[in-house]
Ligand binder design. Structure first.
Ligand code: FAD
Length: 390
């Protein structure tokens, strides 16, 4: 059976110099104080217009991003491809609020679809709905899209137009498209819209993929319902399975407004539902294509085992594993080395614009109670292995 212990395979693409740089970076972000200070210093430097792009580019951006543009990211993509890992170009800018910016983002997403069409190393495109619409409109439409004010309705209709433009482009170019999941107080809107697009474009195969966050206690039931609906109505369903990225925010908001938290009671319950979702997925391949988006070794191993037990070929086009660039290379490259289909999200965009993404990666790798983070310990292990073999 596959093992993720092989750091030689995991870091084959990294020179010893690159590995030492990565060790330095993960050591820096392992300290909560350092991350806090880094966040503050970056903000100050940006406000004072100090030239910090260079240092960010060489350090954290280099680790977690492909480049500033699609073209600039192709080197990272080709490096992954040389070791059988595919790319999902992720235009990672956040916090835009003008209609003009939303239109620019739509054009950029369509650019990634066109690149995927001509590039065999790019099997999917991806985007976030908050990149093409004001958050508050999604929030107002969350319970129902009826009864919006006239002004909000115009913006909501514009969102639907943009969404259809992107999905139509994916359909016409035959490029499957992931739509990321976000906060629960806008996710009903996203789910409704994705369902509409799936019904429209998934008649022959899954082109439009919704995302299911298994840290929510209601998502396994949601998944079952959606799969059943697709089966009954005769279309194909695409799903990306993840645990979920907004846990703290979700819990805080539920407490603030006094409703019961949508999040699972604990990590075990979340893991249990994630693994149950993998089992349900493998059983539903008559209508479902899915991608397991996780850095969890146990879940990745579980899916690899499920495929084997159910005689599903490792390169079945309906099943993908995915991780983020710069994270969990031991999972990605060991899976790919064993013949499974693996892709990495390759985030890209202008340095200043992708900073919120980079800060989240830094915070995620901050060590808990002084323990060495997993990424850091793998890097250290590989540096030691190379020392011993040279
Ligand atoms: C390819 C890819 C695509 C992604 N797309 C999305 C997306 O569209 N939307 C999105 O929200 N996230 C997305 N994520 C992020 C993902 O949701 C997780 O935050 C991240 O991957 C960490 O979870 P894990 O399964 O990798 O690992 P693990 O380390 O096993 O799990 C950590 C996760 O478990 C959950 N968790 C931790 N403690 C508890 C607890 N006490 N109770 C309940 N749950 C708990 C949280 O979700 C936490 O992030 C994506 C990740 C990847 C790799």
């Amino acid at each position: 059976m596959i093992s993720f212990d092989n750091t030689e395979i995991a870091f084959k693409g990294k020179s010893s110099k690159d590995l030492k740089k990565a060790r330095w970076l993960f050591k820096m972000v392992s300290s909560p104080r350092m991350v806090k200070f880094g966040k503050w210093a970056t903000n100050v430097a940006l406000t004072m217009r100090l030239p910090i792009n260079g240092i960010i580019k060489k350090t954290i951006f280099h680790q977690f991003c492909g480049g500033v543009s699609i073209q600039d990211s192709l080197k990272a993509s080709n490096d992954l491809a040389s070791r059988n890992v595919k790319t999902i170009l992720d235009y990672s800018i956040e916090g835009k609020t003008s209609e003009e910016d939303f239109d620019k983002t739509v054009a950029e997403i369509i650019g990634t679809i066109h690149e995927a069409k001509k590039n065999e190393n790019i099997p999917f495109a991806v985007f976030k709905v908050t990149g093409i619409c004001l958050f508050e409109i999604l929030e107002k439409a969350n319970d129902s899209d009826e009864g919006l004010s006239e002004k909000d309705q115009v913006r909501y209709d514009k969102l639907k137009e943009r969404l259809d433009q992107i999905c139509n482009e994916a359909f016409t170019n035959d490029v499957p498209l992931f739509i990321d999941a976000e906060e629960t107080w806008i996710q009903n809107t996203i789910d409704r819209l994705v369902l509409e697009m799936s019904r429209k474009y998934n008649g022959k195969r899954a082109i439009i993929y919704n995302t299911v966050q298994l840290y929510r206690h209601d998502r396994l039931a949601f998944m079952e319902k959606e799969i059943e609906l697709a089966r009954r109505e005769g279309w194909y369903i695409g799903l990306k399975l993840v645990r979920g990225a907004y846990m703290e925010k979700e819990r805080e908001r539920a407490q603030e407004f006094g409703y019961s938290s949508p999040i699972q009671p604990n990590k075990e319950a979340c893991d249990k539902d994630f693994n149950a979702a993998l089992e349900l997925s493998v059983k539903s391949l008559d209508v479902l294509s899915f991608c397991s988006g996780t850095h969890n070794e146990e879940s990745s191993l579980r899916l690899a085992t499920l495929l084997e037990e159910n005689n599903i070929s490792k390169d079945d086009p309906r099943v993908y594993f995915a991780q983020l660039l710069g994270m969990s290379d031991h999972i990605s490259f060991n899976l790919a080395n064993n013949g499974f289909q693996v892709a990495k999200y390759v985030p890209y965009g202008p340095i200043k614009e992708v900073l919120p993404y980079l800060i989240r990666r830094a915070e995620e790798n901050t060590s808990v109670a002084g323990q060495t983070g997993r990424e850091l310990s793998l890097i250290v292990k590989e540096i030691q292995r190379r020392k011993q073999t040279n």
